[in-house]
Design a protein around this ligand. Structure first.
Ligand SMILES: Nc1ncnc2c1ncn2[C@@H]1O[C@H](COP(=O)(O)OP(=O)(O)O)[C@@H](O)[C@H]1O
Ligand SMILES: [Mg+2]
Length: 327
Protein backbone atom coordinates (compact mmCIF):
# COMPACT_ATOMS: atom_id res chain seq x y z
CA UNK A 1 0.00 0.00 0.00
CA UNK A 2 1.22 3.49 -0.86
CA UNK A 3 0.21 6.94 0.28
CA UNK A 4 -1.12 7.70 -3.16
CA UNK A 5 -3.38 4.65 -3.15
CA UNK A 6 -4.68 5.38 0.34
CA UNK A 7 -5.90 8.74 -0.94
CA UNK A 8 -7.26 7.36 -4.20
CA UNK A 9 -9.13 4.50 -2.58
CA UNK A 10 -10.55 6.56 0.30
CA UNK A 11 -11.82 9.81 -1.23
CA UNK A 12 -14.26 10.27 1.69
CA UNK A 13 -11.36 10.68 4.12
CA UNK A 14 -11.25 14.43 3.99
CA UNK A 15 -9.65 15.20 7.36
CA UNK A 16 -5.96 14.56 7.23
CA UNK A 17 -3.59 14.58 10.18
CA UNK A 18 0.06 13.84 10.74
CA UNK A 19 0.99 12.95 14.30
CA UNK A 20 4.29 12.37 16.02
CA UNK A 21 6.90 14.13 18.11
CA UNK A 22 8.15 17.62 17.35
CA UNK A 23 10.67 18.09 14.55
CA UNK A 24 10.01 14.82 12.73
CA UNK A 25 8.28 16.30 9.69
CA UNK A 26 4.58 16.84 10.48
CA UNK A 27 4.42 20.37 9.07
CA UNK A 28 6.51 19.36 6.07
CA UNK A 29 4.23 16.44 5.22
CA UNK A 30 1.10 18.52 5.85
CA UNK A 31 2.27 21.15 3.37
CA UNK A 32 3.43 18.63 0.75
CA UNK A 33 0.17 16.66 1.01
CA UNK A 34 -1.83 19.86 0.66
CA UNK A 35 0.25 20.74 -2.39
CA UNK A 36 -0.30 17.32 -3.96
CA UNK A 37 -4.07 17.31 -3.37
CA UNK A 38 -4.40 20.87 -4.71
CA UNK A 39 -2.53 19.79 -7.86
CA UNK A 40 -5.08 16.99 -8.21
CA UNK A 41 -7.80 19.64 -8.42
CA UNK A 42 -9.12 19.51 -4.85
CA UNK A 43 -9.76 22.57 -2.78
CA UNK A 44 -7.52 22.15 0.24
CA UNK A 45 -7.02 23.98 3.51
CA UNK A 46 -3.91 23.26 5.55
CA UNK A 47 -4.16 24.91 8.92
CA UNK A 48 -2.07 25.12 12.00
CA UNK A 49 -3.29 24.82 15.55
CA UNK A 50 0.21 25.30 16.92
CA UNK A 51 0.86 28.57 18.75
CA UNK A 52 4.45 28.21 17.45
CA UNK A 53 3.04 27.77 13.99
CA UNK A 54 5.45 27.23 11.14
CA UNK A 55 3.31 27.24 8.01
CA UNK A 56 4.55 30.77 7.44
CA UNK A 57 8.12 29.40 7.40
CA UNK A 58 7.50 26.53 5.05
CA UNK A 59 5.43 28.57 2.57
CA UNK A 60 7.77 31.53 3.04
CA UNK A 61 4.82 33.87 3.52
CA UNK A 62 3.56 35.67 6.58
CA UNK A 63 0.09 34.21 6.99
CA UNK A 64 -0.23 34.37 10.79
CA UNK A 65 -3.70 35.50 11.88
CA UNK A 66 -4.67 36.45 8.31
CA UNK A 67 -7.39 33.85 7.82
CA UNK A 68 -7.15 31.39 4.93
CA UNK A 69 -4.48 32.63 2.48
CA UNK A 70 -4.39 31.21 -1.06
CA UNK A 71 -0.86 29.99 -1.76
CA UNK A 72 -1.44 28.51 -5.21
CA UNK A 73 -4.79 27.83 -6.90
CA UNK A 74 -6.82 25.44 -4.69
CA UNK A 75 -4.27 25.50 -1.88
CA UNK A 76 -5.11 27.60 1.16
CA UNK A 77 -3.09 27.89 4.35
CA UNK A 78 -4.13 29.30 7.70
CA UNK A 79 -2.37 29.92 10.98
CA UNK A 80 -4.76 30.41 13.85
CA UNK A 81 -4.15 33.44 16.03
CA UNK A 82 -5.43 32.40 19.45
CA UNK A 83 -4.77 35.81 21.01
CA UNK A 84 -7.02 37.49 18.49
CA UNK A 85 -9.77 35.05 19.37
CA UNK A 86 -9.30 35.65 23.08
CA UNK A 87 -9.55 39.41 22.54
CA UNK A 88 -12.83 38.80 20.72
CA UNK A 89 -14.12 36.71 23.63
CA UNK A 90 -13.19 39.46 26.06
CA UNK A 91 -14.98 42.05 24.01
CA UNK A 92 -18.06 39.84 23.77
CA UNK A 93 -18.16 39.49 27.55
CA UNK A 94 -17.77 43.25 28.02
CA UNK A 95 -20.57 43.88 25.57
CA UNK A 96 -22.87 41.44 27.36
CA UNK A 97 -22.19 43.15 30.68
CA UNK A 98 -22.84 46.57 29.17
CA UNK A 99 -26.11 45.40 27.59
CA UNK A 100 -27.36 43.47 30.58
CA UNK A 101 -26.70 46.13 33.18
CA UNK A 102 -26.95 49.15 30.97
CA UNK A 103 -23.42 50.22 31.86
CA UNK A 104 -21.27 52.55 29.81
CA UNK A 105 -18.06 51.41 31.41
CA UNK A 106 -16.91 48.10 32.79
CA UNK A 107 -16.13 48.39 36.52
CA UNK A 108 -12.39 47.98 37.28
CA UNK A 109 -12.95 44.88 39.35
CA UNK A 110 -14.75 43.09 36.53
CA UNK A 111 -12.25 44.31 33.98
CA UNK A 112 -9.34 42.87 35.93
CA UNK A 113 -11.22 39.59 36.25
CA UNK A 114 -11.76 39.46 32.50
CA UNK A 115 -8.05 40.03 31.97
CA UNK A 116 -6.96 37.41 34.47
CA UNK A 117 -9.24 34.81 32.88
CA UNK A 118 -7.71 35.49 29.47
CA UNK A 119 -4.24 34.69 30.80
CA UNK A 120 -5.23 31.13 31.75
CA UNK A 121 -3.52 28.56 29.53
CA UNK A 122 -6.85 26.77 29.14
CA UNK A 123 -8.15 29.91 27.49
CA UNK A 124 -5.70 29.59 24.63
CA UNK A 125 -6.55 25.92 24.20
CA UNK A 126 -10.22 26.61 24.07
CA UNK A 127 -9.78 29.56 21.70
CA UNK A 128 -7.87 27.35 19.28
CA UNK A 129 -10.32 24.52 19.68
CA UNK A 130 -13.16 26.90 18.99
CA UNK A 131 -11.61 28.23 15.83
CA UNK A 132 -10.89 24.74 14.52
CA UNK A 133 -14.54 23.90 15.01
CA UNK A 134 -15.56 27.04 13.12
CA UNK A 135 -13.33 26.11 10.21
CA UNK A 136 -14.54 22.54 9.98
CA UNK A 137 -18.21 23.31 10.51
CA UNK A 138 -18.14 25.90 7.70
CA UNK A 139 -17.29 23.06 5.30
CA UNK A 140 -15.79 25.12 2.49
CA UNK A 141 -13.03 22.72 1.47
CA UNK A 142 -12.66 19.26 -0.02
CA UNK A 143 -9.76 18.47 2.30
CA UNK A 144 -8.71 19.73 5.71
CA UNK A 145 -5.15 19.10 6.70
CA UNK A 146 -4.44 19.67 10.39
CA UNK A 147 -0.88 20.70 11.02
CA UNK A 148 -0.87 19.21 14.48
CA UNK A 149 0.99 20.14 17.58
CA UNK A 150 3.19 17.44 19.08
CA UNK A 151 1.56 14.31 20.26
CA UNK A 152 0.65 14.92 23.88
CA UNK A 153 -1.27 17.95 22.83
CA UNK A 154 -3.36 16.14 20.27
CA UNK A 155 -4.29 13.58 22.89
CA UNK A 156 -5.17 16.37 25.27
CA UNK A 157 -7.63 17.70 22.71
CA UNK A 158 -9.22 14.31 22.42
CA UNK A 159 -9.56 13.78 26.15
CA UNK A 160 -10.83 17.31 26.65
CA UNK A 161 -13.46 16.73 24.00
CA UNK A 162 -14.70 13.55 25.62
CA UNK A 163 -14.82 15.12 29.10
CA UNK A 164 -16.72 18.14 27.82
CA UNK A 165 -19.03 15.86 25.99
CA UNK A 166 -19.96 13.80 29.04
CA UNK A 167 -20.52 16.88 31.11
CA UNK A 168 -22.70 18.55 28.55
CA UNK A 169 -24.72 15.41 27.93
CA UNK A 170 -25.59 15.34 31.63
CA UNK A 171 -26.48 18.99 31.81
CA UNK A 172 -28.51 18.85 28.66
CA UNK A 173 -30.53 15.94 30.00
CA UNK A 174 -31.15 17.80 33.26
CA UNK A 175 -32.18 20.91 31.42
CA UNK A 176 -34.60 19.01 29.29
CA UNK A 177 -36.22 17.43 32.35
CA UNK A 178 -36.46 20.78 34.03
CA UNK A 179 -38.14 22.25 31.05
CA UNK A 180 -41.22 20.10 31.55
CA UNK A 181 -41.72 21.62 34.99
CA UNK A 182 -40.93 25.03 33.73
CA UNK A 183 -43.61 24.77 31.12
CA UNK A 184 -46.11 24.35 33.90
CA UNK A 185 -44.69 27.33 35.71
CA UNK A 186 -44.38 29.33 32.54
CA UNK A 187 -47.58 31.24 33.01
CA UNK A 188 -46.13 32.65 36.21
CA UNK A 189 -42.63 33.28 35.02
CA UNK A 190 -42.51 34.11 31.36
CA UNK A 191 -39.11 35.79 31.42
CA UNK A 192 -37.44 33.07 33.38
CA UNK A 193 -38.59 30.41 30.98
CA UNK A 194 -37.19 32.37 28.10
CA UNK A 195 -33.83 32.60 29.82
CA UNK A 196 -33.67 28.89 30.62
CA UNK A 197 -34.52 28.13 27.04
CA UNK A 198 -31.66 30.24 25.83
CA UNK A 199 -29.23 28.47 28.14
CA UNK A 200 -30.44 25.10 26.89
CA UNK A 201 -30.05 26.22 23.30
CA UNK A 202 -26.54 27.48 23.99
CA UNK A 203 -25.58 24.19 25.62
CA UNK A 204 -26.95 22.16 22.76
CA UNK A 205 -25.05 24.37 20.36
CA UNK A 206 -21.77 23.83 22.24
CA UNK A 207 -22.43 20.11 22.42
CA UNK A 208 -23.04 19.97 18.71
CA UNK A 209 -19.80 21.81 17.99
CA UNK A 210 -17.74 19.63 20.27
CA UNK A 211 -19.30 16.48 18.89
CA UNK A 212 -18.58 17.61 15.37
CA UNK A 213 -14.92 18.18 16.01
CA UNK A 214 -14.20 15.21 18.28
CA UNK A 215 -16.20 12.84 16.14
CA UNK A 216 -14.08 13.84 13.16
CA UNK A 217 -10.93 12.82 15.01
CA UNK A 218 -12.28 9.36 15.70
CA UNK A 219 -14.18 8.82 12.47
CA UNK A 220 -12.66 5.95 10.53
CA UNK A 221 -14.62 6.89 7.44
CA UNK A 222 -13.65 10.51 7.16
CA UNK A 223 -10.32 10.83 8.91
CA UNK A 224 -6.87 9.74 7.85
CA UNK A 225 -4.32 9.87 10.63
CA UNK A 226 -0.71 9.24 9.70
CA UNK A 227 2.07 8.70 12.15
CA UNK A 228 5.47 10.21 11.40
CA UNK A 229 8.63 8.62 12.73
CA UNK A 230 12.36 8.46 12.01
CA UNK A 231 14.66 5.43 12.31
CA UNK A 232 16.00 6.14 15.81
CA UNK A 233 15.65 4.18 19.01
CA UNK A 234 13.93 6.77 21.20
CA UNK A 235 11.45 7.64 18.50
CA UNK A 236 10.60 3.99 17.99
CA UNK A 237 9.85 3.52 21.68
CA UNK A 238 7.77 6.66 21.68
CA UNK A 239 5.85 5.65 18.59
CA UNK A 240 4.85 2.31 20.07
CA UNK A 241 3.60 4.03 23.22
CA UNK A 242 1.66 6.57 21.20
CA UNK A 243 0.11 3.91 19.01
CA UNK A 244 -1.22 2.30 22.18
CA UNK A 245 -2.69 5.59 23.40
CA UNK A 246 -4.33 6.27 20.09
CA UNK A 247 -5.87 2.83 20.10
CA UNK A 248 -7.25 3.64 23.57
CA UNK A 249 -8.89 6.83 22.29
CA UNK A 250 -10.01 4.95 19.19
CA UNK A 251 -8.23 7.25 16.80
CA UNK A 252 -8.04 5.28 13.56
CA UNK A 253 -4.51 5.04 12.21
CA UNK A 254 -4.08 5.05 8.44
CA UNK A 255 -0.41 4.17 8.51
CA UNK A 256 3.16 5.21 9.24
CA UNK A 257 5.57 7.39 7.32
CA UNK A 258 9.26 7.01 7.98
CA UNK A 259 11.17 10.24 7.44
CA UNK A 260 14.84 11.19 7.06
CA UNK A 261 16.05 7.88 5.68
CA UNK A 262 19.63 8.06 4.38
CA UNK A 263 19.50 6.84 0.75
CA UNK A 264 21.22 3.53 -0.11
CA UNK A 265 22.93 5.23 -3.04
CA UNK A 266 25.12 7.09 -0.54
CA UNK A 267 26.83 3.84 0.36
CA UNK A 268 27.74 3.04 -3.22
CA UNK A 269 30.17 5.93 -3.35
CA UNK A 270 33.87 5.52 -2.73
CA UNK A 271 35.48 6.78 0.48
CA UNK A 272 32.41 7.09 2.64
CA UNK A 273 33.30 8.84 5.89
CA UNK A 274 33.03 6.56 8.95
CA UNK A 275 30.64 9.02 10.54
CA UNK A 276 28.17 8.70 7.69
CA UNK A 277 28.58 4.91 7.45
CA UNK A 278 27.82 4.59 11.17
CA UNK A 279 24.72 6.66 10.90
CA UNK A 280 23.59 4.69 7.87
CA UNK A 281 24.16 1.37 9.66
CA UNK A 282 22.34 2.60 12.73
CA UNK A 283 19.37 3.53 10.54
CA UNK A 284 19.43 0.13 8.84
CA UNK A 285 19.09 -1.51 12.23
CA UNK A 286 16.07 0.58 13.18
CA UNK A 287 14.53 0.29 9.73
CA UNK A 288 14.56 -3.48 10.15
CA UNK A 289 12.92 -3.01 13.54
CA UNK A 290 10.28 -0.72 12.00
CA UNK A 291 9.53 -3.33 9.32
CA UNK A 292 9.16 -5.97 12.00
CA UNK A 293 6.86 -3.81 14.17
CA UNK A 294 4.74 -2.02 11.60
CA UNK A 295 5.31 -4.03 8.43
CA UNK A 296 2.99 -3.13 5.62
CA UNK A 297 1.46 -0.32 7.65
CA UNK A 298 4.44 1.77 6.55
CA UNK A 299 3.21 3.77 3.58
CA UNK A 300 6.37 5.62 2.64
CA UNK A 301 10.07 5.93 3.36
CA UNK A 302 11.15 9.52 2.80
CA UNK A 303 14.82 10.28 2.17
CA UNK A 304 16.82 12.86 4.05
CA UNK A 305 17.15 15.84 1.69
CA UNK A 306 20.32 17.85 1.37
CA UNK A 307 18.59 20.87 2.91
CA UNK A 308 15.46 21.76 4.87
CA UNK A 309 12.10 21.84 3.15
CA UNK A 310 10.99 25.44 2.70
CA UNK A 311 9.54 27.22 -0.33
CA UNK A 312 7.31 25.83 -3.08
CA UNK A 313 10.00 24.08 -5.18
CA UNK A 314 11.12 22.04 -2.15
CA UNK A 315 7.51 21.35 -1.17
CA UNK A 316 6.87 20.12 -4.70
CA UNK A 317 9.89 17.83 -4.49
CA UNK A 318 8.65 16.43 -1.20
CA UNK A 319 5.18 15.86 -2.69
CA UNK A 320 6.74 13.92 -5.56
CA UNK A 321 8.67 11.71 -3.19
CA UNK A 322 5.60 11.10 -1.04
CA UNK A 323 3.11 10.47 -3.84
CA UNK A 324 5.15 8.96 -6.63
CA UNK A 325 7.31 10.10 -9.54
CA UNK A 326 10.38 11.62 -7.87
CA UNK A 327 12.92 10.01 -5.64
N1 LIG B 1 13.18 14.57 4.62
C1 LIG B 1 13.69 15.71 5.08
N2 LIG B 1 14.90 16.13 4.63
C2 LIG B 1 15.44 17.28 5.09
N3 LIG B 1 14.87 18.09 5.97
C3 LIG B 1 13.66 17.73 6.48
C4 LIG B 1 13.01 16.53 6.04
N4 LIG B 1 11.82 16.44 6.70
C5 LIG B 1 11.75 17.53 7.49
N5 LIG B 1 12.84 18.31 7.37
C6 LIG B 1 13.13 19.56 8.08
O1 LIG B 1 13.10 19.27 9.49
C7 LIG B 1 12.60 20.37 10.21
C8 LIG B 1 11.44 19.92 11.08
O2 LIG B 1 10.36 19.52 10.24
P1 LIG B 1 8.85 19.93 10.56
O3 LIG B 1 8.02 19.46 9.42
O4 LIG B 1 8.75 21.38 10.91
O5 LIG B 1 8.59 19.04 11.85
P2 LIG B 1 7.33 19.06 12.86
O6 LIG B 1 6.22 19.81 12.21
O7 LIG B 1 7.02 17.61 13.07
O8 LIG B 1 7.82 19.70 14.12
C9 LIG B 1 12.22 21.42 9.20
O9 LIG B 1 13.26 22.34 9.11
C10 LIG B 1 12.10 20.63 7.89
O10 LIG B 1 12.39 21.44 6.76
MG1 LIG C 1 5.12 21.45 12.98
Amino acid sequence: MSLKRIFEENPERRYIMFGGKGGLGKTTFSAATAYYLAQQGHKVLVFSVDPQASLSDIFERDIYGKGAVEIIPNLFAQEIDADQRIREYQEEIRQKIRDMYGMDEIPDEIESYIRAAAAEPAMEESAIFDQVVDIVVAGEYDYYIYDLVPLGHALYYLSMASVYDEWITKITALREEMREYEEMAARYARDKELQEDLILKELQYIKHRINTSSSILTDRERTAFFFVLVPEEMILIDTQKAAGLFAKYQVPLSGYIVNRVLPDSLMQQPNIPAYLRNRYEMQQKYLAEIKRLFGDQVLAYIPEFERDVTGLPMIERMAEVMFGNGA
